[in-house]
Ligand binder design. Sequence first.
Ligand code: LFR
Length: 489
Amino acid sequence: MTYVLAFDLGASSGRAVLGQLVDGKIELEELHRFSNDPVQVGGELHWDILRLLHELKQALIKAKNRGIVLDSMGIDSWGVDFGTLNEQGKLLGNPYHYRDTHTVGVMEQLIEKLSAETIFGRTGIQMMGINTLYQLASLKTNQSHLLQGAKHILMTPALLRYFLTNEMHNEFSMATTSQLFNPIVGDWDDHLLEAIDIEKEMLGNVVQPGTYVGQLSAEVCEELTIDPIPVIAVAEHDTGSAVVAVPAEEKSFAYLSSGTWSLIGTEVQTPVINELSQQLNFTNEGGAYGTYRLLKNIMGLWIIQESRRAWEKAGQTYSFPELVKLAEQAEPFARFIDVDDELFMHPGNMPAQINVYLQQTNQQTTDDVGSIARVIMESLAFKYRIALEQIEQLTGEVYDGLHIVGGGIQNTLLCQWTANAIGKPIKAGPVEGSAIGNMVVQWISAGKLKDVWEAREVIKRSFPIDIYESKQTEEWNTAFEQYKLITGQ
Ligand code: LFR
């Protein structure tokens, strides 16, 4: 039996998942799981990138010790972050975490200089302060040591892949999400790069998802005493991989990739770059096989994850299922927040930030854990409804439901509330969306699956898909009006 290996790195944990195709079905096994802890140092937030490399190596050692033969491997991760390397290919420092505050105000400055129409028009990417464009602009302005003598910029998965193979190639799904890539021209955007004074050569060529990009270097093989393994540049942006794994049958479908972030959108064949998509602040991220993800980034489960950390610090520990239970018991529709408010972007005491929001909008503040969890989850569900309506407005399609993939589907109450809020059924699954998308691209490259549509069929028959029918439509409709009024949407 042969396997492929998917490394899927999320903002709080990573996993190495083994995949096998057995009798037309996918079988998964989690080989290695590890936490990914951003590190605060000198008042800044960084990724511990070498620790992540160490964990990748641990997984390869585990595979070797079990006598597992790997046909290929691929890496996907969160978007927008990157490492810089000098002429000799040495890493110049720990990459920043996109939630670090070095980008605060940078997007606004660049908009003033170039205009939002220009930035969006050239990239089709949603204006978000965390984008690589603004991170690089900030490093440049602050004369960061990360750019002193820098010759190469590699997005996170490409950086890890380089450490393993000695080959440097950025990949399309990560490149487009940076907001430095022009999808119409099919290359990094000269005008934007000139505006932030970054040389295009530093970003190098861009490979498409599914490209064979080398094998483990002799040095890595020697260190781990393993044979070389072929490495495929998959859809290296985790959201790109997750969307590959949506078990849709219809060509036109709406999805939500639910995790730390909520990414809600649809798959399109060409980027939708016009006045309306700019006004609604939608993004067009490049995907596998010539597709684009017309989607909206929503703050997602981050606010609950971060609230949980705040309660833990205060000596109250709750598991996620406990929080969901408390939310269920709390009073419905008692408060509303706009989950995308800047108040919730950076690490901090989220329950306190929520109360700041409640005060600002003349709502009743609360310290009750269940009420906090409830306001986050209800407000997320309403935000999904707003975004879904906007997607329909943009594409002129009417979707008959919403697919949800990713870890967020374990929150079954949120799945139900989302169905209630949008008034349409939810199809939830698979939970390991990104890892599965990562591996099917490897199988398509190897000719074991014909294309993404065959892959989606195989995924559908391999994993349970839970259906949530919408309920209490009237109550949710009435509350939606209140939500919009209070949050000003
Ligand atoms: C999801 C994700 C989103 C991206 C955010 C930050 O994990 O990749 O797509 O906007 O993380 O990188």
